[in-house]
Design a protein around this ligand. Structure first.
Ligand SMILES: [Zn+2]
Length: 137
């Protein structure tokens, strides 16, 4: 076990997360599932400190070398935080992922952080969440 997946607790993306874990051969990875996933690390003050402490706890005494940061489109936690979906979801999610990646890499220098977005697809075989897609640096 050498990875930690940080993602939203939304059950609709569970299959997409499981598919990514399988693809990355990380079926036994630790998981930190909270509303909005990486969103909590963009919060100021106490919320961020508590979230960083969760990660510290999960890393302690383990051989975790990779953190997977996973955001998803159509996220109710983002909708609530921002007061609606009147924004470019993909752009905002990617911006937050890069910010949180920098925060985590600065806080935990031994860990590599990788970022993904799970897309919501309206067409194809009916609407639903697709496979997690990597966010390029
Ligand atoms: Zn969500």
């Amino acid at each position: 076990m050498n990875a930690l997946f940080i993602a939203c607790s939304d059950g609709r993306i569970a299959a997409s997360i499981a598919a990514l874990q399988e693809k990355e051969e990380q079926a036994d990875a630790d998981r930190l599932l909270v509303p909005g996933g990486p969103l909590v690390f963009t919060r100021p003050g106490l919320e961020r400190r508590v979230a960083l402490d969760w990660v510290r706890t999960q890393l302690e005494g383990r051989s975790i070398r990779t953190i997977y940061l996973i955001s998803h489109q159509d996220c109710a936690a983002y909708q609530r935080a921002l007061g609606g979906f009147g924004f470019d979801q993909q752009e905002l999610l990617e911006r937050d992922l890069r910010r949180v990646e920098t925060l985590l890499e600065n806080t935990f220098p031994d860990v590599e952080v990788r970022c993904f977005v799970i897309p919501w697809r309206e067409n194809g075989r009916g609407p639903g969440f697709g496979n997690a897609e990597p966010v390029e640096d």
